[in-house]
Ligand binder design. Structure first.
Ligand code: MG
Length: 392
């Protein structure tokens, strides 16, 4: 095994949308292509990108992580069974990095990790979900993954009617469960914002046959305890699928307090970027393994090598992998969901193009999606994304 080349680029992932915390008008993503030769005449190019919600990391990639990866020789890159040793390449990238302070570093490493897994699966001639099922789950893979349509963003001039129309389009695409943003009305006193959001929620629930289990709401970490409790009291009668990121992602003790007062499912974790941060959430966040949802995004949090550690940690703490529904709406997490038996995956049918969404020829049916039988992660089967990646 040798690395023949690593290319990187920065592409816009911009959009006029906003959630309760940020707008996405200047959002970018790093993309990488890694070509690996196996020494026996085969070569494969793996691709990676950094999900959404964090910016491109060209500096960290160029100065630290790409040179460390390029310096890996065949002894590092080749596993005992002759396959690409992604875990050893990952360890080489992380040499001389101190613990803690994950932030943007975990994003840069995650981009390269994704490309390495794509290449590893291509060299073995398998889809990544199949490689993962064979290697970590005794060959058992799910037939399909549950996916839900995430949207309901705030954008200028968007009213309740436009929100309901958007959700209708998702149902028309085959989704059965949808998610909308709440808590985003700018500068509005909490009791007015709450009244407005309850009206938005009721309008969407009407479309969903008043079945709360088909609607999730997302605060994007904006509330303090007072607002989270006020909203929680108002949301509880709707029995929603989940109440997402009500609080700052690192404020574990306050999550524990909220969980004492809000009985239906909570969801969080998309802004925790390491196994150790995830473990602190599990230890101190008061979350309940029989109902709550964990949304760690493998692309943002050092990639799949680290995500495997997170799944192992969860098992040790009595949590099923089925409680995990990763953030990001990308094909990498979808492969992981099917191959490792997660609870499902997020999907963005209308935003974060071309990175959001799945293979062009695999429609969503009854809220579930099947995986194509293409080698690697399957980027070549997603036309709009492949148009960007192939130019690298
Ligand atoms: Mg979210």
């Amino acid at each position: 095994m040798r690395i023949a080349s690593i290319r990187q680029g920065v592409v816009p992932i911009s959009s006029a949308i906003a959630n309760a915390y940020i707008d996405f008008s200047k959002m970018t993503a790093s993309v990488v292509a890694i070509t690996i030769e196996d020494g026996a005449g085969r070569s494969a190019t793996g691709y990676g990108f950094n999900s959404n919600g964090r910016y491109a990391q060209p500096g960290l990639l160029a100065e630290r992580f790409v040179p460390r990866l390029e310096a890996c020789d065949a002894a590092v890159l080749t596993a005992a069974d002759g396959t690409l040793n992604v875990a050893a390449a990952w360890a080489a990238m992380m040499k001389n990095e101190k613990p803690g302070g994950h932030g943007d570093r975990s994003v840069a490493v995650g981009v390269l990790d994704m490309a390495l897994w794509d290449a590893a699966a291509k060299l073995e001639g398998k889809p990544l979900w199949r490689l993962l099922a064979d290697r970590f789950r005794g060959g058992e893979a799910d037939d399909a993954a549950w996916v839900y349509a995430a949207g309901g963003y705030y954008y200028p001039g968007k009213g309740v009617d436009a929100l309901v129309e958007e959700m209708k389009r998702y149902l028309g695409l085959g989704y059965t469960t949808v998610k909308m943003k709440i808590g985003g009305a700018p500068g509005t006193p909490i009791k007015d914002a709450l009244r407005e959001d309850v009206a938005r929620i009721e309008a969407v629930l009407k479309l969903l046959g008043n079945d709360g289990s088909r609607l999730a709401v997302d605060v994007n970490g904006r509330f303090g305890l007072h607002a989270a409790l006020a909203y929680g009291a108002a949301l509880q009668p709707f029995a929603l699928r989940w109440y997402e990121e009500p609080l700052d992602p690192l404020d574990y003790a306050t999550h524990a307090t909220l969980a004492e007062h809000y009985a239906p499912p909570l969801a969080t974790g998309e802004n925790l970027f390491s196994m150790l941060d995830a473990r602190n959430l599990i230890r101190h966040g008061g979350l309940r393994p029989d109902r709550d949802i964990l949304q760690f995004d493998p692309a943002l949090s050092y990639g799949l090598v680290e995500y495997l550690r997170t799944l192992e940690m969860l098992e040790q703490h009595g949590w099923s992998a089925r409680r995990c529904v990763p953030h990001g709406g990308h094909q990498f997490a979808l492969n992981i969901a099917v191959g490792l038996g997660l609870g499902g995956n997020e999907s963005y049918p209308e935003v974060f193009a071309p990175f959001g969404g799945f293979a062009t020829d695999t429609p969503v049916q009854d809220g579930r999606i099947r995986m194509p039988d293409a080698p690697g992660i399957g980027f070549e089967r997603k036309n709009d994304l492949w148009a960007v990646l192939k130019d690298l």
